[in-house]
Design a protein around this ligand. Sequence first.
Ligand code: ADP
Ligand code: MG
Length: 704
Amino acid sequence: MDRFLDNGIQYVSGVGEVRAAVLAKEAGIRTMGDMLNYYPFRYVDRTKIYRMADVDDSLASAFVQLRGRVTGVFYAGEGRKRRYSVMVSDGSGQAELIWFHGIKWIEKRIEVGREYLIFGRPSFYRGEMSIVHPEVETVEKAFARKAESGMQGVYPSTEKLSSTFGTKGIYNIMCNLWPLVRDHITDPLPEPLRERCGLMPLREALYNIHFPQSAELLRQARYRLKFDELIGIQLNILSRRSERIGRNDGFLFAKVGEAFNTFYNQRLPFPLTGAQKRVIREIRTDTASGCQMNRLLQGDVGSGKTLVALMSMLLAVDNGFQACLIAPTEILARQHFATVSRYLEGMSVGVAVLTGASPAAERRAALEGIADGSVKILVGTHALLEDRVRFANLGFVVIDEQHRFGVEQRARMWTKNEQPPHILVMTATPIPRTLAMTLYGDLDVSVIDELPPGRRPIKTVRYTDAARLRLFGFMKSEIAKGRQVYVVYPLIEESENMDYKDLFDGYESISRDFPLPDYVTTVCHGRMKPADKEESMRQFKSGEAHILVATSVIEVGVDVPNATVMVIESAERFGLSQLHQLRGRVGRGGEQSYCILMSGEKLSREARARLDAMCSTSDGFELAELDLKLRGAGDINGTQQSGQAFDLKIANPTLDAQILQRAREEAEKILGADRQLQRPENAGLRELRSKYSGEKSMDFSMIS
Ligand code: ADP
Ligand code: MG
């Protein structure tokens, strides 16, 4: 194997020790290979030259190239505000080029009357164009340079990187690097695989990603580089999966016993849905197989996942193991604890709760019970992942993520036992299967695709502020029928005072319009003490309070079947999945429920599309797909993170689902023939597998 690419980046001309340190610190680039894998995030077309008259607001902040003659220069400002301005004109229009630093350097290079090629991002003030810190080059010099494809890479940068290297610095280093490394690039993919998938050789791909020779070659290069990353991940996942299954060291839940049966026969308040039964059967099969279970349970809000979790935990208890249920928030943990305790009342199954806010006595009781084994089911937040918590024999872990992805937390659970507990991750976010595979490693996927019977579809409408009186009237009529109402305010940043002001103003106005003693309004938000939050939730759950004014802290999992109205204030500020989650808080009883989306008159196109979608469908999968489309970029919850966990430079598991699928198939084929990747022709694939091992991803440390 050629190790040339492991040479330090400082040896490339134009870098050196000092700048190498900046590259390492700012971009994690230490070796020539790292640099080669530092890809442009977009390209600018250096062949097109705009007429100044054609550049207007629509091009503001895009990069444009102009050609113009210097008509005059002047200096303005004092001290740090000092600037150097150069007026240029091309006959059709004019622009002001402005420098705040490096004035000494640039002023020597500018000559009045001379013609320059100018490259930069225009901005406009009162119709006048200016460009701050453009690149300029005399026309003679620019045209003397050999014109390549015209597409020049723009590399991701930080403030420190740009001040060290300037706009073209990284590009220039890449130009110096290429001749050094070009003959040391070995292709990790075996020829037949490349042929089968129509992939460009690696060297060509790297050349074209940095110096595209055409748009088509660039497309092929991107495809090839994405493929490498994704097949690297798939090789990992599949290898580890077969290892896990082969290890055969899962806790054996051989029987269904008293706790499960008593619950099923005597406690279950309603028949299970077909989907719930199916999933319980799947879990039962997994846990009786001798292998460790790693299962993802997807089910829309209100589909009854909690019950599945509870029954699986009883299965563990019946087999002499402890189980725990981890919730994403304090409120939800408390609620799960209440639900589980209520369901198991009178049965001899010890249940305890432990959260970050647990009072000392509760904490002590829980910790003791867990250690001596008298607590069979522990419910809590991630606080129970703290090292102090020692289980007697933890056999089953349920993680209720709703729509967060706590990859790291799952991993910690794992380290508590020598032998891995079975793991069930529950999520209300519908995730495409391929994406679930990368996000969740090698999890098997179960889906609850059926809601409990008797649910009436929630009516969703959109109101503007003008309809507030009508809204209040409607709330009153529902409350008169004995129902309860949620009013939710967006809280984008926990620390944003503005958001709290909206919430407090809203609370005040509702308290005024819904006066005591006929109406009781309570409030719940993240700045309250846990005890106050709990009291407020208790009031609402017990029915003492008619209206709950809250931030989106309630979006996850709160269950009050008597609540029939969900009012979402400034609904345009919420994402689709959040809106869907919030709406899922109502419609849990047999009554007709309503979701009212309050918004301003003026909405962006995207916000309007979101609200319209909410009004026209209640299907979580449909909304998730639309969400993906609207947002375009692959920033569905967690995927960004997963990309970082795997150290992906170019592939995006969401957007590149097709490449991912193909990579998965090929990885299966290859491992089918050479499980350990020991054949000489697979040496490169073995390297790829370790390169994208996702070592930063705790997900994998969990199962390896
Ligand atoms: P999820 O966590 O999937 O959003 P929950 O477990 O909170 O949903 O269940 C939502 C509501 O449906 C709860 O009030 C629960 O008691 C009820 N429920 C669950 N399963 C059934 C069922 N099979 N039949 C009727 N109601 C059910
Ligand atoms: Mg739930």
